[in-house]
Design a protein around this ligand. Structure first.
Ligand code: BV8
Ligand code: ZN
Length: 242
């Protein structure tokens, strides 16, 4: 008689901006771009911040104000239930919107940081707040007076090695990888599901379009994640007798 843990699959999940699209959070590369005439990739860089910290902060403050009105959707809720019922479950997100935590996910690996946390560019000061709008812009450190920056990973910046190593370990040992709402273009995050495949696991992709990952995914559930994930999870739970 196997113990429950052995019977249940080890699951790793990677989410991207698409899982929050159903909540009204604009995606990074979706239609209509994200903000004014700017390509977010041009603003989410240390160079842009050095050149024009006020403009970059207007971009992040605008996103904070947008996200503040958004609620988690059924796709976020499925991942909360999976965390409760599966003993070996790891949620990894590229999103900085905080919606997984708001939905009730307790352990989330934030690969690209958190838009609600500000950190000082010169000292160890950091603060998480839901203040919108921020005033003044750009915000300055109350401890040393230097500029504060969003605690996110910009293009050209390294991910936190401890966070990324934990994510790699989870995908390497996973029997099942769910990849939800990501264009699978941004590295090193995009490499994670391939680790599951290389180790003999299964990849299920949930997206409204094909991505470079679709060629190696075992199945692509085409459609909005908030519509495709709940029925899949209902079937999977029944199959696992959970
Ligand atoms: C690094 C935080 C090295 C900020 C983000 C060439 C030139 C320069 C750099 C590179 C290069 N080639 C490779 C690189 C490296 C670069 C990279 O990968 N660039 C890509 C674009 C080519 N990566 C980096 O720079 C990383 N760092 O490599 O450092 C290093 C090492 C050591 C020491 C020093 C340096 C850092 C990457 C992190 C960048 N920061 N975000 C912020 O958010 O403001 S990444 C940004 O893109 C967002 O976080 C987002 O999460 C991420 C990925 O995008 P997605 O989440 O996939 O969102 P997207 O809009 O693209 O797609 C949405 C998807 O959802 C679509 O597929 C759509 O079809 C789908 N969808 C829509 N609606 C729904 C849906 N799906 C389901 N349901 C729906 N309803
Ligand atoms: Zn400071």
């Amino acid at each position: 008689m196997s113990t429950p843990d052995e019977r249940l699959p080890r699951v790793a999940v990677l989410t991207g901006a698409g899982i929050s699209a159903g909540s009204g959070v604009p995606t990074f590369r979706g239609a209509g771009g994200l903000w004014r005439q700017y390509d977010p990739q041009e603003l989410a860089t240390p160079q842009a911040f050095a050149r024009d910290p006020k403009l970059v902060w207007e971009f992040y403050d605008w996103r904070r104000q947008r996200i503040a009105t958004c609620k988690p959707n059924p796709a976020h809720q499925v991942l909360v239930e999976m965390e409760c019922l599966l003993p070996d479950f790891t949620l990894v997100t590229q999103n900085v919107d905080g919606l997984h935590a708001t939905a009730g996910s307790r352990r989330v690996l934030l690969l690209h940081g958190d838009i609600w946390t500000l950190r000082c560019t010169a000292c160890s000061f950091r603060e998480t707040n839901r203040q919108t709008p921020l005033n003044p812009l750009p915000p300055r450190c109350p401890a040393c007076g230097h500029l504060l920056r969003p605690d996110v990973v910009w293009f050209g910046e390294a991910l936190d090695p401890a966070v990324f190593d934990a994510a790699r370990r989870a995908f390497r040992r996973a029997d099942l990888a769910l990849v939800i709402g990501t264009s699978a273009l941004v590295y090193p995050a995009a490499e994670l599901p391939y680790l599951t495949k290389q180790a003999g696991g299964t990849i299920l992709e949930f997206n409204t379009e094909c991505t470079p990952l679709s060629a190696v995914a075992d199945r692509l559930f085409l459609g909005p994640g908030e519509e495709t994930l709940p029925p899949w999870w209902a079937d999977f739970r029944r199959h696992l007798a959970l």
